[in-house]
Design a protein around this ligand. Structure first.
Ligand SMILES: [Zn+2]
Length: 144
């Protein structure tokens, strides 16, 4: 087999090979298992029994606060769980779309997928989204 000029390994702009997809799938499944095993991911919006807090008014604000903290943690977890499930579904149903940015259709860099196998956007679209004003610090020419 001819070796590509870029050296060993796939070039950044190569489509993912079947074996790479399988590797990312394994990565995603492991992440999902870890999230599920750590427990308190729940689809029930409110597991704390309100009756326990009942008449004790002093306990209420603290309880609400810790509940808010717990639920924002849960949201973060269920959020990435949701992304992981979506990525796994994509690998199952339209594997050729996996690893492509959902905005610009460019391949997401492998290095990024290694860290975030459930990434849906390439770095460029992601940073555009996070900083919609953009122009303030980055000029269009910075990307050329
Ligand atoms: Zn993109």
């Amino acid at each position: 087999m001819a070796r590509r000029a870029g050296g060993p390994g796939p070039a950044e702009d190569d489509e993912l090979s079947e074996s790479e997809r399988q590797r990312f799938r394994a990565l995603l499944e492991r992440l999902r298992d870890e999230l599920v095993e750590t427990g308190d991911v729940t689809l029930e919006p409110n597991r704390v029994d309100a009756a326990d807090v009942g008449g004790d008014e002093d306990a209420q604000p603290l309880n609400e606060m810790s509940q808010a903290i717990a639920s924002s943690r849960n949201r973060a977890r269920t959020g990435s769980l949701h992304l992981i499930e979506a990525a796994l579904r994509k690998l199952r149903e339209s594997p050729e779309d996996y690893g492509l940015c959902e905005v610009c259709d460019e391949l997401i860099r492998r290095r990024r997928l290694e860290l975030l196998p459930y990434a849906r956007l390439c770095v460029r679209c992601k940073s555009k989204r996070e900083d919609p004003r953009g122009g303030a610090r980055k000029k269009l020419t910075d990307f050329v």
